[in-house]
Design a protein around this ligand. Structure first.
Ligand code: C2R
Length: 159
């Protein structure tokens, strides 16, 4: 069974990253959560990036704020798809510091970057990557999208 690694630079990112964890669990996808920091735990980062694909992960969702080097460094070390979540941390420059440091990767080392604090979409995107080769997950995504449509139709009825 596919597993998603959800990592973040600090426990202070958890309130944002929880959205990714919740949506993935809603799709019945196994999630392993950890704190990994390129700056504060470089050895752990190296070990995680080098070994994630042999530990059963299919996708890594990595969130960080400020000088957010975590997603890009994981992408540099791992053959897995990496989804980056820019986090608006308390001492950030409106979150732009994080957005740009995750978004502006050099050619050859992609990070699929979602919106600022967009952990929910990161979780959905991770599920969609898994769903491309897992019919069971794909069916759940089809149902999820149907649910979105129904909500819009219902809200339009109340106008
Ligand atoms: N951007 C990074 C990295 C990294 O990129 O490796 N490690 C921690 N951090 C970020 O520092 C911010 C403040 O962290 P603290 O709240 O622990 O001081 C967090 O948003 C974290 O993601």
């Amino acid at each position: 069974m596919s597993k998603v690694g959800v990592i973040m630079g600090s426990k202070s990112d958890l309130p944002v990253m929880q959205d990714a964890i919740d949506i993935l669990k809603g799709f019945d996808i196994e999630v392993e959560v950890d704190i990994v920091s390129a700056h504060r735990t470089p050895e752990k980062l190296f070990d995680y990036g080098k070994n994630a694909h042999t530990r059963g992960f299919s996708v890594v969702v990595a969130g960080a704020g400020g000088a957010a080097h975590l997603p890009g460094m994981i992408a540099s070390l791992s053959p897995l798809p990496v989804i980056g979540v820019p986090v608006k941390s308390s001492n950030s420059i409106d979150g732009w510091d994080s957005v740009l440091s995750i978004l502006q990767m050099p050619g050859g080392v992609p990070v699929a970057t979602v919106a600022l604090n967009g952990a929910k979409n990161a979780g959905i995107l991770a599920a969609q990557i898994i769903g491309a080769s897992d019919k069971c997950v794909l069916d759940k995504i089809v149902m999820y999208k149907e649910g979105l449509k129904v909500k819009v139709h219902e809200s339009a009825r109340d106008l």
